[in-house]
Ligand binder design. Structure first.
Ligand SMILES: *[C@@H]1O[C@H](CO)[C@@H](O)[C@H](O)[C@H]1NC(C)=O
Ligand SMILES: *[C@@H]1O[C@H](CO)[C@@H](O)[C@H](O)[C@H]1NC(C)=O
Ligand SMILES: *[C@@H]1O[C@H](CO)[C@@H](O)[C@H](O)[C@H]1NC(C)=O
Ligand SMILES: *[C@@H]1O[C@H](CO)[C@@H](O)[C@H](O)[C@H]1NC(C)=O
Length: 197
């Protein structure tokens, strides 16, 4: 009798879990990022919609060089800045190896790498703990800014990383200023697997 009452519950649970897995797979197919396109010479096989700050990450991982070409696309509010980072030593802001960009009032783009060593960093250009090349940025008239870069070689078996992304509202003397501390700005971090699609 006990088994008879437990089994339907188990069955219900399994059906429920299967339904949940199927519906989340369907949701993954409906990612907005898969509709983003870039210039013809920039095609990315993988992308994810990041859960905060209207951001999307696109990438190609090359296993033979262990390099990743990335395109980080996010909303940049007027006068503000955007950044995307890998943190090789932790999960949050400190230790982040970041790429930062902003669209200047005169229409030019500023984009560079910066290593974040404290909670109150001066985000000046600096080298990262891994190689970065081919950095550029592109602004589209819908307030979307994209940072392009090639990072790596990643460490051997280093395809799962902690990513951190951010957006701020002001730039002063060409230096991005402190970002808001509202929940989305404090939750914008997570694991990223470059081998996933
Ligand atoms: C992607 O674009 C297609 C074709 O324009 C459209 O039907 C679809 O709804 C778009 N998907 C998303 C998630 O925006
Ligand atoms: C545009 O503005 C930026 C930031 O003030 C400055 O660094 C850059 O030299 C300016 N470019 C031109 C072409 O005026
Ligand atoms: C980086 O830029 C160089 C010079 O434009 C180009 O030859 C090379 O293919 C680029 N590398 C990648 C991985 O896109
Ligand atoms: C990477 O993973 C392979 C396969 O699991 C393993 O043999 C190798 O030792 C790992 N290398 C490092 C540096 O951890």
């Amino acid at each position: 009798m006990i088994m008879a009452s437990v089994c339907p519950v188990n069955l219900f649970f399994q059906v429920f879990v299967s339904f949940f897995i199927i519906s989340s797979a369907a949701a993954a197919d409906a990612q907005i990022c898969s509709n983003n396109t870039f210039s013809p010479n920039k095609v990315y096989n993988s992308c994810i919609d990041l859960p905060y700050l209207g951001a999307h990450l696109h990438w190609n991982y090359n296993p033979s060089t262990r390099k990743v070409s990335i395109a980080y696309r996010a909303t940049q509010i007027s006068g503000g800045w955007i950044a995307w980072a890998i943190n090789p030593t932790g999960t949050g802001m400190v230790g982040s190896q970041a790429l930062v960009a902003f669209h200047n009032a005169n229409g030019s783009m500023t984009v560079y790498s910066t290593s974040i060593t404290s909670y109150n960093p001066s985000m000046q250009p600096s080298d990262l703990s891994f190689q970065v090349s081919n950095i550029s940025a592109q602004y589209s008239n819908t307030d979307m800014l994209t940072i392009f870069a090639v990072i790596g070689p990643l460490e051997e078996n280093g395809t799962i990383v902690n990513q951190v992304w951010q957006a701020g509202t002001s730039v002063s003397s060409n230096i991005p200023q402190i970002h808001p501390t509202s929940p989305p700005n404090l939750q914008s971090m997570g694991k990223l697997n470059f081998l996933s699609t």
